[in-house]
Design a protein around this ligand. Structure first.
Ligand SMILES: Nc1ncnc2c1ncn2[C@@H]1O[C@H](COP(=O)(O)OP(=O)(O)OP(=O)(O)O)[C@@H](O)[C@H]1O
Length: 312
């Protein structure tokens, strides 16, 4: 690289009930010897707006470091796509941290600041992203996964939940999802899923959910797509269908180590362009953030954004 990168942090002070702000205050003490700028998000979508306005304002290389959870890195990446002079780094300070897991990065914020300082001007690694579009005109980028059905309902309930906030305060935020899975399991009605995957139509009756993954993890450490690789130019798609509520619970537990793929009710395959529709509209999430209802369409955008990354 000929020109040095300008270092900018975007901090979500509210991630994991304020843990993110506390960790930022500690880490910023280690930055006294290098120049940087810092911006704090105040509400939903600020991460995208701040990142985009910085990318448009500066023409020289930038390293934008997102400090927060999966929602924060999701917003920041949505702001910088199509700006090749911007590279991303990440300090995990949320409750789920699937991004750090899935992209092979340290989950300890202290280790992240060390390597960001060390590698600020080193080569970035290029990764794939997904582009989603809904019939309601909602569109954007995802880097972890999008999903429709039961999982999207759970992530929406979890994000809005007072239970999650309380559990976060005792470092057990992940348990909130388990709580909602058990609660919603008895109400949810699986319906027929129609997928069009690279031109081929596939139908699945009584589908609980479909996940389109760019990397392996979702839901705070569940290995939903053990075969997903964020550099292979393809998504890994997982469909869970035609199974009883009790068996869904068993399968759910096995997702933590990726053991669910051995069940016949769990189908997994790869694809690059996918249309997703259910007989009844169901919720859709992108990187764990509730975005819309089905139907929607996703397309892979290969090697489209750069990350400063040091494997743990
Ligand atoms: N100052 C703020 N106050 C309240 N919410 C905010 C603020 N800034 C950003 N947000 C919103 O906070 C939400 C949650 O952020 P994030 O996902 O990073 O943390 P988390 O939920 O603790 O972690 P994870 O998603 O990894 O479980 C995002 O949807 C974001 O838009």
């Amino acid at each position: 690289m000929s020109e040095k990168r300008k270092l900018i942090f975007i901090v979500n002070p509210a991630a994991k009930n304020g843990f993110s702000l506390r960790i930022w205050k500690k880490l910023s003490m280690q930055l006294k010897d290098i120049p940087y700028e810092v911006y704090f998000t105040e509400k939903t979508r600020d991460g995208t707006e701040i990142a985009k306005s910085l990318a448009m304002k500066h023409s020289h290389p930038l390293l934008i470091v997102a400090v927060g959870g999966d929602g924060t890195i999701h917003e920041v990446i949505n702001g910088i796509m199509h700006f090749p002079h911007v590279t991303i780094a990440y300090i995990p300070a949320g409750s789920g941290n699937d991004f750090a897991r899935g992209f092979g990065m340290p989950q300890d914020p202290k280790k992240s600041i060390e390597y960001i300082k060390e590698l600020i001007d080193s080569h970035e690694t290029l990764f794939d992203a997904g582009v989603y579009t809904t019939n309601q005109g909602v569109n954007g980028i995802f880097v972890n996964s999008v999903g429709a059905g039961f999982d999207a309902l759970i992530s929406m309930k979890g994000n809005q939940s007072k239970v999650k906030k309380w559990l976060n305060s005792i470092s057990l935020g992940k348990l909130a999802y388990t709580y909602y899975i058990v609660k919603e399991l008895f109400r949810y009605q699986p319906t027929t899923l129609t997928l069009e995957v690279d031109g081929e139509t596939k139908k699945f009756e009584k589908t609980w959910f479909v996940t389109v993954s760019n990397q392996q993890y979702f839901g705070g450490g569940m290995k939903i797509a053990p075969h997903a690789d964020p550099q292979d130019g393809e998504f890994n798609i997982t469909v869970v269908h035609r199974l009883s509520k009790i068996k869904l619970l068993f399968i759910f537990v096995s997702v933590f180590w990726g053991g669910h793929l051995k069940y016949k009710e769990v189908v997994s395959f790869n694809g690059r362009e996918i249309s997703i529709d259910f007989d009844q509209p169901v919720r859709v999430h992108a990187d764990g953030e509730d975005i819309a209802e089905t139907p929607f369409y996703v397309k892979i955008s290969p090697k489209s954004w750069g990350l400063i990354q040091k494997a743990e």
